[in-house]
Design a protein around this ligand. Structure first.
Ligand SMILES: [Zn+2]
Length: 159
């Protein structure tokens, strides 16, 4: 970068900064100043605070109209990255939602199956209980008949 500020010639900066500079390569802060030269009247620029103390080193100098478009471009790129990240996150959340919905469907089906199993077992238990009553009755009848027969035999033999 070559430029002129007043009577002094701006030398090339050691480390090119993109956008609005905050600090010079030397670590000093940067001032926002206004040119008072006939060549660049009222033109604004950034300059290292150390430039006057160390005249022979090339400290940061940058016109505002050069820095601003770079700054906007930087911001545009950052916003683009942020949007991409948001899109990726939205896609992930959407995927998680689909996965969750699928898992919920499986769980509902499982619960439904368990409810059916419980109903089937209750019905079986109910049938077994009824069958148990019916099943005991013939044995009871047989037992009563056998006892009666034995009583008759005993009476006939001993009576
Ligand atoms: Zn500096």
């Amino acid at each position: 970068m070559s430029c002129t500020t007043g009577s002094s010639v701006c030398r090339e900066v050691r480390q090119e900064s993109i956008g609005v500079p905050m600090r010079c390569w030397c670590g000093r802060k940067v001032d926002l100043l206004v040119s008072k030269t006939n060549e660049n009247p009222y033109r604004r620029f950034y300059r290292c605070q150390g430039v006057l103390q160390r005249k022979y080193e090339s400290h940061l100098f940058k016109w505002v109209e050069v820095a601003m478009p770079e700054e906007f471009e930087e911001q545009r790129v950052e916003i683009g990255k942020a949007f991409s990240e948001l899109e990726r996150m939205a896609w992930e959340i959407s995927g998680l939602g689909r996965s969750l919905k699928s898992e919920m469907g499986k769980l509902e089906a499982h619960v439904c199956q368990l409810e059916n199993d419980v109903k089937v077992r209750e019905a079986e238990a109910c049938r077994n209980t009824q069958r148990g009553v019916v099943g005991v009755a013939p044995h009871l009848v047989l037992a009563v008949c056998v006892a009666g027969g034995l009583a008759l035999v005993y009476k006939a033999l001993c009576g």
